[in-house]
Structures are given as C-alpha cells and as structure tokens.
Write a protein that binds this ligand. Structure first.
Ligand code: NAD
Ligand code: DAU
Length: 335
C-alpha cells in the first residue's frame, strides 16, 4: 500500500537523511516535509531531490494549526514522523523558551491536528536524554525513570508524555522512539563531531568541555532512519522503543581519533569550562527494538566515522555556506 507520510523537520540533519532514506527504501511513497527553516533547517541538505516530485517541501511551523491542518488534508497524510524540534543542549541552556514553544507546544498542536484527522500512525522521534545521566555502568531501558537534566531534554520529555497521553486518552496511534547521539552527513557544525572536524580543517581550537571523560553512545544516522521506518511499520501502538548504536566513546578519545584521521596535532585540543548540568554518560539497551522491530544497527562506528569525516573533507562548500550563513538564502525546492 502506498503511503503519504509527513516528515516534520525534514530539512535538518536527521530529517534530511530520513527523507532521502524513505524515498530510497519505499519508492512509491510520497514524503511531505514540513519545516520552519530555523537556523538548523537547510534546504541545501536536500538539493539532490530538487527534481523528485515524490518529495514535497512545505515551509511552515508545526505549531501553526491552520498550516498543519491544510498539509494533512491537501496531501492526504496517513502517517507522521515528527522530528521538528530545537535540538541543541547548549542553545537550550542559553535560551530555553523556544524549546518549550516548539518542542512542547508545537508537538501538542501537531498531535491535536493529527487526532482531528485520524491518522494511521504518529511516530514521536525522541532522545535518550529524557532518561538523564548514567553512572559508569548500566544502560537505559524503556522503563528507566525519566530524569531530564537540560531544558532541551525536559522539553522532549514533555513532548513524549503528551504523545503517549494522546494515545491513552484519545486512541491516537502513537509510537515513541528514543535514540542516542547520531552522527553522519549534513549534521550542523554546532554538534560535537562536525564541530571538531570543521575546526580541525580550519586549524582552529577544538573545545572539549570539562575533563572530556563524558561518554556518548554513537549511532549512524542511517541506522536511526532504519529504526524509524521499522517503528513506523512494526511498532506497537503506545510503546516506546530505544535505539542505540552500541558504540560508547569518551569525548576526548573521539576528538583525538578525529585529529588522527585528519593528520592534525592534538595541540589543537583546548579544555574549556564544562557545560552546566552536563550529563556524564548515556548508553542504550536496544533489546526491545531488536526483539520487537527486528532492528540492529548495520554500521560499525569506525567505518561510519571515517566516512563522515571524509564527507566533511570533500564538501567544504556545504559547511562553509553554513558557517557564513549563505545557506539561509536558499528558498526554492518546492513542487
Ligand atoms: P536539527 O536541529 O538538525 O533539525 C531540526 C529541524 O527542525 C530543522 O530543519 C528546523 O528547521 C526544524 N524545525 C525547528 N522548529 C520547527 C518548527 N517549529 N516547525 C517546523 N520545523 C521546525 O535536529 P536533528 O539533530 O536532526 O534532530 C531531529 C530530531 O531528532 C529532534 O526531535 C531531536 O530531538 C531528535 N534526536 C536527535 C538526536 C541527535 O543526535 N541529533 C538524537 C536523538 C533524538
Ligand atoms: O543523546 C541524544 C542527543 O544527542 C540528542 O537528543 C541531541 O539533539 C543531540 O544534540 C545530542 O546531544 P549532546 O548534548 O549529547 O550532543 P553534543 O554534540 O552537543 O555534545 C556531545 C558531547 O560532546 C557532550 O558530552 C558535550 C561534548 N561537547 C560538545 C560540543 C558541541 C564538547 O566537549 N565540546 C563541544 O564543542
């Protein structure tokens, strides 16, 4: 059966990879991409789809009910993959308000529109950060307590709980996914890996927060996209699925690995003041996703990181336009 799927936030890092992934894996689907084009939204991430009529870009806000109603109706949407969000922890510490507006209130508006329309499925794309921080051992399961530390993760927790409440109260078919740190092509250079690669390529300092011993569990963005498709097609309504890469790395080791891959000296590393409320360690137990969705990540971290670093080396025009702000002038790519 062909599907008209709405991807929100499809011009961001994961969203743009997901739009491309869906069109490759499900060639008869139509993918409608609703994105407000904040600083993180970049139409150039989808430049290769400019002539592909299966992708429809709509410039709009998930919190704009009239806009969402129109998109759902006009494109006969049957499923939603909701990724649109403010996504950067440091920005949420500097200015939390927009995180509540988009991640909590925007999600609620979108849920309300979907409830009114009666969708086949709503996938709330969330994060392991809702579980807070781990000690040196153990991993998050879907029943771990919700203990978000930052305004970002608190806003995602609020959104997840609203989505689940729309299932329990109104019967909307909701699945929540929570995944670990993604890496790959088209990631905005405010996040650890692209920031370090781009700084190293420009021979600038690489700022490592605190002692650099914080641990993240890295997941290749394509493996995440696969998990989202499987959650959409195979997940049970009202359930939460954790998606993790099984690749725990200390930040400092990762940064040293990037410098080695680029042939740059470790003297570029600069230890800077730690992030307030900085979660020490994340790790995901993916057993439920493996068992119920049949999901396992395909990429090894070493190969995936090498490919990602190479992509940034070979595409300076992409990140130079991001750093200069030129990318925000791209306004075409509509059908
Ligand atoms: P991103 O910041 O790269 O992209 C976010 C996208 O959402 C942008 O295109 C932006 O323009 C759009 N957007 C923001 N506000 C909007 C609004 N009000 N209406 C419509 N569009 C809006 O984010 P990302 O890293 O690709 O993350 C995507 C989703 O995945 C987020 O929900 C995030 O919480 C979640 N997630 C990300 C990671 C990660 O490692 N990046 C890990 C787990 C979960
Ligand atoms: O765990 C999933 C989350 O991963 C997602 O929900 C978020 O949207 C995504 O941004 C990411 O959050 P993190 O805070 O873990 O990612 P970030 O890339 O900002 O930082 C990764 C680690 O690197 C973290 O321990 C902070 C550290 N760091 C980050 C930056 C940008 C540095 O040491 N220096 C830096 O310059």
């Amino acid at each position: 059966m062909s599907t008209n799927v709405l991807v929100t936030g499809g011009c961001g890092f994961i969203g743009s990879n997901l739009v491309r992934y869906l069109l490759r894996e499900r060639p008869d689907w139509k993918v409608v991409n609703l994105d407000r084009l904040t600083y993180a939204g970049n139409l150039e991430n989808l430049a290769d789809l400019a002539d592909d009529a299966r992708h429809v870009f709509v410039h709009g806000d998930v919190g704009d009910r009239a806009c969402v109603d129109r998109v759902l109706q006009e494109h006969a949407i049957d499923c939603v993959l909701h990724l649109a969000a403010e996504s950067h922890v440091d920005r949420s510490i500097e200015g939390p308000a927009v995180f509540v507006t988009t991640n909590v209130l925007g999600t609620q508006q979108l849920l309300e529109a979907c409830r009114a329309r009666g969708l086949r499925r709503f996938v709330q794309v969330s994060t392991d950060e809702v579980y807070g921080s781990l000690g040196p051992s153990g991993a998050f399961t879907e029943t771990s307590p919700l203990q978000p530390s930052s305004p970002y993760s608190a806003s995602k927790t609020g959104a997840d709980l609203l989505a689940l409440a729309y299932h329990h109260t109104y019967g909307l078919d909701v699945v929540v996914t929570r995944c670990s740190n993604n890496y790959g092509r088209y990631q905005f250079p405010e996040k650890l890996i692209p920031r370090m690669v781009v700084n190293a390529l420009r021979n600038q300092k690489l700022p490592v927060y605190g002692d650099g011993q914080h641990v993240r569990d890295w997941l290749h963005v394509e493996d995440h996209c696969q998990g989202l498709l499987q959650a959409l097609e195979r997940g049970r309504a009202g359930e939460v699925y954790n998606l993790g890469g099984g690749a725990e790395r200390k930040n400092l080791d990762l940064v040293k690995g990037i410098l080695a891959a680029l042939g740059k000296p470790e003297s570029l590393i600069e230890f800077v003041t730690d992030r307030p409320g900085h979660d020490r360690r994340y790790a995901i137990d993916p057993a439920k996703s493996r068992r119920e969705l049949g999901w396992t990540p395909a990429h090894s971290f070493e190969a995936g990181l090498a490919d990602t670093v190479r992509w940034y080396v070979e595409h300076p025009e992409w990140w130079e336009r991001v750093l200069s702000g030129e990318y925000r002038r791209t306004v075409t790519l509509t059908h």
